[in-house]
Every structure is written in structure tokens, then in C-alpha cells.
Design a protein around this ligand. Structure first.
Ligand code: HEC
Length: 110
């Protein structure tokens, strides 16, 4: 009986019942992050994606924690309040989606 239940759950997961993958770039656009974080250039207020990737180089775990509201901003503490409302969106994502988004941002590392 237990075995059957396991198989049913496994089948459900494999047929997409549970989102096991997510597209970080699409999420980044859908959540409106692109409005402030551009794919290139530098900004004193809104860090671009390459600037974010550089700041979190070798700290991808910390980036995940930041997006989950567990760590403070490390880049522009002065303007962190502009970013605050958007952290509410990243906190609402599931683990897989948050990881996909972080991975997408890290693709801009040099
Ligand atoms: C209204 C403009 C705006 C939007 C939209 C926005 N951000 Fe930001 N974000 C900022 C500003 C300003 C900073 C710099 C302040 C800071 O470092 O906290 C920032 C900083 C960041 C940082 C670096 C944090 C650090 O450690 O300093 C990350 C990562 C980030 N944003 C991700 C996102 C994601 C993901 C989204 C979409 C859910 C998003 N942002 C949407 C304005 C925005």
C-alpha cells in the first residue's frame, strides 16, 4: 500500500504536479525587476545585473538568503528602502523559483 502511494506521488511530481524547475529570466521580467536592474551599465542608485553579480561573486548562497529576507543589503544600504517592497515578491516565491532567479542574476558575473 505504501509503495503504491509513493509511486502515485512520484508520478504526480514527474508529470509537473510540483514545479521542479523555473525560468529565472522570465520570473525576473514578470516580477518587474528589469525596470530597475538593467542587463548592462552602472548606476549609483539601481545596481545593474553585472554589478549585482560582481557584488555576490562567490556568495550565491548569500544572494539566496537576501532574496528570502534573511540578510541585509550589501550593495547600496542608502537606497535599500527602494528595494524593500520588491523583496516581498521574492520572499513569496518558492525555493525552486528563488534559486532560478538568483542563478539568472549570477549569469551576469564576469
Ligand atoms: C523600484 C526599483 C527596483 C525594483 C523594481 C527592484 N529593485 Fe532590486 N534594488 C533596487 C535598489 C535601489 C537597490 C540598491 C539598494 C540595495 O542595495 O538594497 C536594489 C538592490 C538589489 C539587489 C542587491 C542587494 C544588496 O545586497 O545590496 C538585488 C539582488 C536586487 N535588488 C534584486 C531585485 C529583484 C530580484 C527584483 C524583482 C523582484 C528587484 N530587485 C526589483 C531597486 C529596485
Amino acid at each position: 500500500m505504501r509503495k503504491i502511494a509513493m509511486l502515485v506521488i512520484l508520478g504526480w511530481m514527474m508529470t509537473g504536479g510540483l514545479a521542479l524547475s523555473a525560468d529565472g529570466e522570465t520570473l525576473f521580467q514578470e516580477e518587474g525587476c528589469m525596470r530597475c536592474h538593467k542587463a548592462e551599465g552602472k548606476s549609483r542608485i539601481y545596481p545593474s545585473l553585472p554589478e549585482i553579480a560582481a557584488a555576490y561573486d562567490g556568495k550565491s548562497e548569500q544572494l539566496l538568503q537576501y532574496l528570502n529576507g534573511e540578510t541585509e543589503a550589501i550593495m547600496r544600504p542608502d537606497t535599500a528602502k527602494l528595494m524593500k517592497p520588491h523583496l516581498e515578491k521574492t520572499k513569496r516565491l518558492n525555493v525552486v523559483e528563488r534559486k532560478a532567479m538568483a542563478d539568472y542574476m549570477m549569469t551576469y558575473a564576469e
